[in-house]
Design a protein around this ligand. Sequence first.
Ligand SMILES: Cc1cc2nc3c(=O)[nH]c(=O)nc-3n(C[C@H](O)[C@H](O)[C@H](O)COP(=O)(O)OP(=O)(O)OC[C@H]3O[C@@H](n4cnc5c(N)ncnc54)[C@H](O)[C@@H]3O)c2cc1C
Length: 235
Amino acid sequence: MLPRPLRLAAVRDENARTRTFIFDAAIDAAPGQFAMLWLPGLDEKPFSLLDTDPVSFAIAAVGPFTRALHRLSVGDTVWLRGPFGTPFALTGDDHVLVGGGYGVAPLLLLARQALAKGNRVRTVIGARTAGELLLVDATRAAGATVAVTTEDGSAGDRGRVTDVVGRWLADDRPATLYACGPHGMLAALRDQAGSAGVPSQLSWEAYMRCGIGICGSCEHDGMLLCADGPVLCAG
Ligand SMILES: Cc1cc2nc3c(=O)[nH]c(=O)nc-3n(C[C@H](O)[C@H](O)[C@H](O)COP(=O)(O)OP(=O)(O)OC[C@H]3O[C@@H](n4cnc5c(N)ncnc54)[C@H](O)[C@@H]3O)c2cc1C
């Protein structure tokens, strides 16, 4: 798949280091899929789709490539390949969504899809501090129930997303649990959901180069996360 040029139509600051990039195009993709963004002469990196029409991404400035993206202005061009990867698939009509860090991005698209079908959507959004929380207002505005956790207690409940999920799984079990975030969080959620007998769909993000299952850089437990994932089902 050849890269295609997209024009940056708008940018919106989400928190101290994360900015939403909105492009002047649409893409046929499902929640949980990702696209490769290329800045010629610099690098190409994967990002989860925050929205498909218009194409949008929520990107944290953490290294050279993402800092270069943050320096772009409206009207600038970015090249896109994709969409790639396995998406989330809605099963049942009562969903728990769990996002850690920028992992919230693909879950907002999933929440909107589920809410449009009239399904129940409960979301837990976690971060280390209040300043690192992402897309809380947008998720509430979409119509989902939102619980917030921070490790330092600066917003929402002090603790981790797994604390809230534990209560929800004990009190009022959902049909399916969906999550995206750090691998440690995903492993804990996979175990929690497995013990409660709730199927899970977890998005495992890893360092990846080609995005299409050729280079092998995203190998994880014998799978290539770009092509076999990033969303893997359990239970
Ligand atoms: C399927 C997929 C979807 C992604 N979606 C998003 C997204 O929606 N928004 C977003 O901001 N980023 C996302 N990423 C991460 C993104 O691709 C880059 O790896 C990241 O933004 C760092 O790029 P960089 O070159 O600026 O920094 P680098 O120099 O590569 O890294 C800077 C720091 O960030 C850490 N880091 C790099 N990549 C990751 C990662 N994948 N997970 C955890 N820590 C990492 C590095 O260890 C280093 O400490 C996604 C990655 C994958 C595989």
